[in-house]
Design a protein around this ligand. Structure first.
Ligand code: FES
Ligand SMILES: [Fe+2]
Length: 339
């Protein structure tokens, strides 16, 4: 299989690369996306600038430079770059001589949404995924760290769309109470452009009472899980009490076998439980997935014959079928036969 992260179609997708709070007004922030080194900094208007982490003069990493007043100054010969990546100063030249045209940095599409910095290296084919609860005053948003996982983004999405691993991987959090049998999955178009399925589960509650807002050994969850291409997943949880807990699970490919993971939570609770307590449970669940996925080598095969899939994998199979089409691969337009 060729490199996934060199696929041209991924250039036109948005990826979350950092928390907004990680990109300060006082320093440059290096990130790696699709095998490219990038640097982020805040320009004079506070907007994040994203560009290659390479000075056009002698290729020094710009992330080693300094930021002041929205201008990034390279640490090697002091060239200074301002809004939109414009080179505004070459100290070795008289100020009366404008910088050469090719000294300006080519900047990437960059936006901030949901407390995250999103970058698109090409021309955006779509918008950043829509979360209806953002801006709804009855919901609060909780962000979590952006952390590297030693696994492919494809394996992460496959995992996030899958509920049959709950009773095995998530025994330390909520999975022990779940029936191993998975009810028939019907793929539907959910709200907000998400494609996925609805299901009900019994979740172990011993470690999760703060997250569920209920006592008792088990709680009933009414859930949806869906995807947006290429690698965004949304899970919604509704409890009988009316409490809703929405998770945006984001997988950002650094290279074929390294990814960034972060998730964002929206909840319509009464804020009585601290954000730290709310996400402690979800972070523990994520750590269980990470531990499992880091044991599985390489990329997820995207063709429909290498892996054996069953009914419980229907959503992942549908996501892979659409991903292959997006990546320009051959697809016959039918789902893999499920055994
Ligand atoms: S390498 Fe950046 S100013 Fe020379
Ligand atoms: Fe999981």
């Amino acid at each position: 299989m060729g490199s996934l992260t060199s696929s041209p179609a991924l250039l036109d997708a948005w990826f979350a690369v950092a928390r907004s709070v990680e990109v300060s007004h006082a320093s440059a922030h290096p990130v790696r996306l699709l095998e490219r080194e990038l640097v982020l900094w805040r320009g004079p208007d506070g907007a994040v600038v994203a560009t290659a982490d390479r000075c056009p003069h002698r290729e020094a990493p710009l992330s080693a430079g300094t930021v002041e007043g929205g201008c990034l100054t390279c640490s090697y010969h002091g060239w200074t770059f301002a809004a939109g990546g414009r080179c505004v100063r070459v100290p070795s030249n008289p100020d009366s001589v404008p910088p050469p045209p090719r000294a300006h940095l080519a900047v990437h599409h960059c936006t901030e949404r949901y407390g995250l910095v999103w970058v698109c290296l090409g021309d955006p084919a779509d918008d950043v995924p829509c979360i209806a609860q953002e801006g709804d005053p009855s919901f609060r948003r909780i962000n979590t760290p952006v952390e590297p996982w030693r696994t492919s983004a494809t394996r992460m999405v496959d995992n996030f769309l899958d509920i049959s691993h709950f009773p095995y991987v998530h025994t330390g959090t909520f999975g022990r109470a779940q029936d191993t049998l998975v009810a028939k999955i019907d793929i539907v178009e959910l709200d907000g452009g998400w494609t996925g399925y609805r299901y009900d589960v019994l979740a172990g509650n011993e470690a999760g009472a703060l997250a569920s807002g209920q006592d008792g050994d088990v709680v009933e969850r009414s859930m949806t899980t869906g995807f947006r291409l290429p690698f965004h997943v949304r899970s919604t949880i509704r409890y009988a009490t009316g409490l809703e807990h929405v998770l945006l699970l984001l997988s950002t490919p650094v290279d074929d076998v390294t990814s960034l993971f972060t998730f964002v939570v929206w909840r319509n609770d009464d804020f009585a439980v601290s954000a730290e307590e709310v996400i402690r449970f979800d972070l523990a669940i994520g750590a269980e997935d990470k531990r499992m996925l880091e044991l599985v080598p390489g990329l997820l095969p995207l063709d429909q014959t290498t892996l054996v899939s069953v009914q419980a994998d229907r959503c992942s199979v549908e996501w892979r079928r659409r991903l292959v089409a997006l990546l320009g691969g051959v697809t016959d337009g039918t789902s893999q036969a499920l055994v």
